[in-house]
Structures are given as structure tokens and as C-alpha cells.
Design a protein around this ligand. Structure first.
Ligand code: PEP
Ligand code: MN
Length: 338
């Protein structure tokens, strides 16, 4: 922690800050320059973080030295983390992993039909929501446990790993019975009880960025999961709210290289929610692969016109298949596989 003092800071004020830090077990190094005096504190930074040094008389500003997220940071682990899903799928390795399926699980036959097609096109995991976080309480809320059963059965039948959203800490065990990957949705990125609950499991988690969350907020949320012992976290950029209204969200491509710099965790991209329009999904997916993402999660529906949620952003299976072919070329160009 570095504390920069005001020009007019008195010796008493400086001593008061030093005394406070020393009482917390830190050592102070004062360096007096012509323009500014700064104090560097050595020792466990956490204890100082909870002390609002900014309000101490004579303090101009306070700069933490360590990142507030520790376990997710590159400083903690230099190599990229590779997350295993079952025996077959690895996220964060050379191969870019594609997860695909409908926004909501609607019925068994519909899910099976989509699953067969996305598998054939090259997807490794089947997505589908059984608990839907809808803005309106009158919209389709998902099939609940029945949907989880469909997802589990279809995943086994077709040979795909499965991913579904868990919204409530009370459902964490239930969801674990049926699926391979927890999805924490954008609206729950800072549901800290939920983060802690999945942190206590051994199942991989896709943590989606909140629609008004900074990249730092996302990493801090991931830290909650790792801090409880579950290191199998994949971060997901799914678009943020901006002033732009032409698209549902603004897909933050910058987040991919920024996360890669700051963290060892894999980053996957959701171009469906990132754009809100199926016609834009291919371009956004290509940009994401070119920028270095480790995976994509894409909404696919046989009949988007009739979809119970997010039809406007769902690709038909044929378009999904064509997209995968294009993405393979881009993956190769950036030294990856798909
Ligand atoms: C979804 O995946 O269908 C979903 C609701 O995503 P998000 O939380 O990113 O809005
Ligand atoms: Mn959706």
C-alpha cells in the first residue's frame, strides 16, 4: 500500500498514519521528496484495505500495490488454467470450445433435435435454461427440474456435456444432480451467497459478466468462488449496457485480452446476448475468436420464431453449422483449433 501525502501534511499527521499502520502489524517506509512525501507500507495489505486511510488528515491518495483479486490473478498463477469438463472437454487449452443450444429448455423432443444438430456441427456442450431470469414475472420462467431432466437425458443420449443456469443458492444441489457446468447469469454475478455456494462444489462454473459490471467486478466475483475452493471457473463476456440502442448489449471485445492479461482463468464469449440479433452473431463470434477467447456459448433454435425466449438472437442450426466452419479458419489463423 502506498500513501501519498498532501503537501501541507504535518509531522503529527504523518506519525498518526504510521502509528495506525504499525498497530495493524505493517512496517512504514517514509520517503520525503521535494514535491511530495509518500509512505510505503510493507506487510499484509488486507488489514489496511479495511482502514479508510483516505480520511486520515494529511492524506492525498492511497494506492493498493496488490490486486484485490488474488487467486484469480496472473500474479498468483502464471500459466493459463485449463478446466476439464468430464473426460472429453477442456476449456482454456488450444482448442476453442463451443457450447450451444436453446435459450430455454422447452420440451424433450425440441431439445434432442437441436442437440443432435449442434453436436454434428462441432459443439462440445449443450446449453439450455431450466430456471430463467426473466425481466417480467409473467414471461416463461423455465421448466425447472423437469427441464434439468431433459437436459441430462439429451446430453447423455447425444454425447454432449451440459450447462444450465442456477439462480438460487437453494438449487445448487439440485442442478448438480443433472448437469456438468453451472452457469451464473449476468443478473446474479454479484449474488455473493450463490457464488459462495457454487464455490463449495467441485463442478465447473461459467460466470457471466453483469450487464453493468466492470472487468474488475467480474474478477472479484470469480474470487469469491475460488476463495471457497473451486478453481474451475470460466469467465464469460456477454455484453454490457452502453448508450447504444442498435444492439441489445455492447459486446466488450476488449474484455478478452484484458482478462487474459489479468487472470489465468479461461474467458468465453456469448455473442447471442452480446448482440441480441442473430444476424450479428457470426461477426461477433469471429471477432471473439480472433481476439483470443477460449470458448463461445451460442443460442441455437430449430424454429426461432416460436422460441419461448430469445428467439431474435437464436441461430438456426444450418447457420450455426456454417458459422462453425468459418470459425475454424479464424482459429487456425490465430494459432488455435476449433
Ligand atoms: C442466458 O444465457 O440465457 C442468459 C439469461 O444469459 P445472461 O445471464 O447473460 O443474460
Ligand atoms: Mn438467453
Amino acid at each position: 500500500m502506498i500513501v501519498i501525502l498532501r503537501k501541507d501534511a504535518t509531522e503529527e499527521q504523518i506519525q498518526h498514519i504510521v502509528d495506525k499502520a504499525e498497530s495493524l502489524g505493517l512496517k512504514a517506509h517514509i520517503s520525503r521528496g521535494v514535491e511530495k512525501t509518500i509512505i510505503g507500507f510493507i506487510g499484509p495489505e488486507d488489514v489496511l484495505r479495511v482502514t479508510p486511510l483516505e480520511v486520515f488528515p494529511g492524506v492525498e491518495s492511497v494506492m493498493p500495490v496488490l490486486s484485490p483479486y488474488r487467486l484469480v490473478s496472473r500474479e498468483f498463477k502464471q500459466d493459463n488454467s485449463i478446466i476439464k469438463i468430464g473426460e472429453q472437454v477442456k476449456v482454456g487449452d488450444k482448442k476453442i470450445v463451443v457450447m450451444a443450444g436453446p435459450c430455454s429448455i422447452e420440451n424433450y423432443d425440441g431439445l434432442l433435435s437441436i442437440a443432435r444438430k449442434v453436436k454434428k456441427a462441432g459443439a462440445s456442450a449443450l446449453r439450455g435454461g431450466a430456471f430463467k431470469p426473466r425481466t417480467s414475472p409473467y414471461d416463461f420462467q423455465g421448466l425447472g427440474e423437469e427441464g434439468l431432466k431433459f437436459l441430462s437425458e439429451v446430453g447423455k443420449e447425444v454425447g454432449l456435456a451440459t450447462i444450465t443456469e442456477v439462480m438460487d443458492p437453494r438449487d445448487v444441489d439440485l442442478v448438480a444432480k443433472y448437469v456438468d457446468i453451472y452457469q451464473i447469469g449476468a443478473r446474479n454475478m454479484q449474488n455473493f451467497s450463490l457464488l459462495k455456494e457454487v464455490g463449495m462444489t467441485k463442478k465447473p462454473v461459467v460466470l457471466k459478466r453483469g450487464m453493468s459490471a466492470t472487468i474488475k467486478d467480474l474478477l472479484m466475483s470469480a474470487e469469491y468462488i475460488l476463495a471457497k475452493g473451486n478453481f474451475d471457473v470460466m469467465l464469460c463476456e456477454r455484453g454490457i449496457r452502453t448508450f447504444e440502442t442498435a444492439t441489445r448489449n455492447t459486446l466488450d471485445i476488449n474484455a478478452i485480452p484484458v482478462v487474459k492479461q489479468l487472470s489465468h482463468l479461461p474467458i468465453i464469449v456469448d455473442p447471442s446476448h452480446g448482440t441480441g440479433r442473430w444476424g450479428l452473431v457470426p461477426s461477433a463470434s469471429k471477432a471473439a475468436v480472433a481476439a483470443g477467447c477460449d470458448g463461445l456459448i451460442i443460442e441455437v433454435h430449430d424454429n426461432p420464431e416460436e422460441a419461448l425466449s430469445d428467439g431474435a438472437q437464436s441461430l438456426k442450426p444450418e447457420n450455426f453449422g456454417n458459422l462453425i466452419k468459418d470459425l475454424k479458419l479464424i482459429a487456425t489463423a490465430v494459432g488455435r483449433e476449433l
